[in-house]
Design a binder for this molecule. Structure first.
Ligand code: UD1
Length: 315
């Protein structure tokens, strides 16, 4: 009853989830191949976790760790729209075949429930906002399609293999420990480090695309609820804040918080980019009992403070 497995537990969302599970007194096993996750994210809790440096593409290796888990949170992925276009094979193998391996290991190992990190990218450019779970998905990149296939597998495993599953569509999650250093990094991690270092960020396209940026602790809250609420197996829920802001407005707000004036540069729009994204949060509120705890601005300030402290500590 107490064994919790987190794939992708060394990533910024996974490591925040692991901290919350430890605070609840859980026994936590992490599966991560450190492709984008970092041991540094687990430094302060390393004596309280069991870390397995394994790749979800290796079924034989991950199956024994997953078997017998009370709850398995499947967050491991190659999490990027542009990377799925630059490296479609690797992205497909990890996000689809690796995900299948996790569900298969969970079903065969009689796991209590798998909570799957799906993506808001599945909606694509549907015309109606906010985006509600009952809409037909319109994936427009390999990543969006791969994450959607994982959702379909989740519900098929619930139907055919007697495995409880729940999918949460993450909406542009941000917060402490998000890695700003890769060309595929989430935009807020890039904006914040530019802000603190006095550099100009590059905005891809006209900057009028909008996102429902969601603070990581609210996503952790949803993951914990999805793990415990009964009667939701096979379902899909939005994991978003419910707001929407353009990139231009976001960069402006960050400059205001910091009291600086650094004009952004503009570059070509990115292939596969969704124009607007905003979560309808009603199903999560009604069925999971979720209430977002952080406004976008609160999340921004907390994250900015983390980067500032981290940057200073690194000097
Ligand atoms: C998408 C998904 C999100 C998923 C994430 C995985 C949507 C709506 N969201 O995020 O659910 O978790 O993939 O990575 O599909 N940008 C810049 N400058 C930069 C970096 C990015 O302008 O330096 C722009 C991008 O072109 C995009 C926006 O910022 O318009 C957000 O990009 P990013 O943070 O990479 O996330 P999404 O691709 O929106």
């Amino acid at each position: 009853m107490n064994r919790y497995v987190v794939t992708g537990g060394a990533g910024f969302i996974g490591s925040a989830l692991v901290r919350a599970l430890l605070a609840d007194g859980r026994e936590v096993h992490i599966i991560d191949n450190l492709s984008s996750g970092k041991l540094q994210n687990l430094e302060d809790i390393k004596s309280r976790i069991t870390f397995h440096q394994l790749d979800i593409c290796r079924y034989d290796q991950i199956a024994p760790v997953i078997a017998g888990g009370y709850r398995v949170f499947h967050l491991a992925a190659i999490p990027s729209v542009p990377k799925s276009i630059d490296q479609p094979v690797e992205s497909h193998e990890v996000n689809i075949d690796g995900t299948f391996n996790v569900f298969r290991a969970a079903a065969e190992g009689r796991v209590g429930r798998v909570i799957y990190a799906a993506s808001s990218s599945a909606y694509g450019d549907t015309e109606v906002l906010p985006k509600v779970e009952t809409m037909s998905p319109q994936p427009k990149s390999p990543y969006a399609l791969q994450k959607l296939v994982g959702e379909y597998y989740a519900s098929v495993f619930a139907n055919c293999f007697n495995l409880q599953t729940v999918s949460l569509r993450f909406f542009n999650v941000f917060g402490p420990r998000q890695d700003p250093s890769s060309p595929y990094s989430g935009v807020l991690s890039v904006f914040m480090t530019c802000l603190l270092e006095g550099r100009r960020p590059t905005i891809f396209g006209d900057g009028e695309q909008s996102r429902d940026f969601t603070y990581v602790e609210d996503v952790v809250g949803l993951l914990l609820k999805a793990a415990e609420v009964s009667g939701i197996s096979g379902k899909v829920f939005n994991a978003g804040n419910g707001g929407r802001i353009t990139l231009n407005e976001t960069w402006k707000q960050l400059q205001q918080i910091e009291g600086v004036n650094i004009p952004a540069k503009y570059g070509p729009a990115r292939a596969g980019d969704v124009r607007d994204s905003q979560a309808d949060t009603r199903a999560a509120m009604r069925e999971l009992g979720h209430t977002p705890r952080f406004t976008f601005e609160q999340g921004l300030r907390l994250t900015l403070e983390w980067y500032r402290a981290h940057q200073l500590a690194a000097k």
